[in-house]
Design a protein around this ligand. Structure first.
Ligand SMILES: [Zn+2]
Length: 230
């Protein structure tokens, strides 16, 4: 079982960066929830959230949650500000394991692949509390600039946020060698149709969250399968 802590930056009285009608704390929670949902498609993953609603949590507490759970990986999601554009990722600038460096390489690369035409600001290192105080490999991502009009327009798109989440998930899956759960395939024979015209309905997946169903439906449509959501 791979234990992954998902940390949505800021929250509650700490809104994080603000700009173009957006609050960092809402975007980070949105992205982190999408990441958690997508990770449910993989076998052998346990997701632990530092927060799942709009509340304030101290930085040290976030690290403590991960340390207490003896997590295998800590991911903190943030939105940048201060004039600039694009994506960058961070690991601790002190002593880190070779695994932490390897995970940053693959996750950074998968995110850049997934988010399309976005400026790559590079793989960086910094003395951030959540990176310093966590006992396991930890990464912090800064997903575009809330105070850039161009970046903010992207951050306002649910589709773009799905791409951001998807990139994180692809990276984590590669880093930890996660395998997708087998999709359930049920065949229904319809007895009323003549033998030579038998129709088989193939059902792929059942989701409690409609968004996940829509995501899979989109994938199937792209591959040329006529798809309906029941
Ligand atoms: Zn932040």
């Amino acid at each position: 079982m791979v234990k992954i802590v998902l940390d949505a930056g800021h929250g509650g009285t700490d809104s994080g960066a603000v700009g173009n009608g957006l609050l960092e704390k809402n975007l980070t929670l949105n992205i982190v929830k999408k990441i958690g949902d997508m990770l449910k498609d993989y076998e052998g993953v346990e997701v632990i959230y530092t927060r799942t609603d709009d509340r304030f949590i101290e930085l040290s507490e976030r690290a403590t949650i991960a340390n207490r759970a003896k997590a295998d990986f800590f991911l903190s999601v943030h939105i940048n500000a201060g004039g600039g554009t694009g994506f960058e990722s961070y690991i601790y600038n002190g002593k880190v394991s070779s695994a932490a460096i390897a995970y940053q390489n693959v996750i950074h690369q998968e995110i850049m692949k997934s988010i399309g035409n976005v400026n790559d600001r590079g793989k960086k290192r910094a003395n951030y509390a959540v990176l310093r105080e966590t006992n396991m490999p930890a990464i912090l991502t800064e997903n575009l600039f809330i105070d850039s009009a161009g970046d903010a327009a992207k951050l306002k798109s649910e589709q773009f946020l799905l791409q951001v989440a998807h990139g994180h998930v692809e990276g984590i899956a590669k880093a930890f060698g996660l395998k997708k759960k087998a999709t359930t395939l049920t065949q229904t024979k319809t007895s009323t149709t003549p033998a030579q015209e038998k129709l088989y309905r193939v059902q792929v997946g059942a989701f409690s969250d409609r968004k996940n169903a829509e995501r899979l439906a989109e994938e199937l449509k792209k591959k040329g399968y006529p798809t309906i959501i029941v």
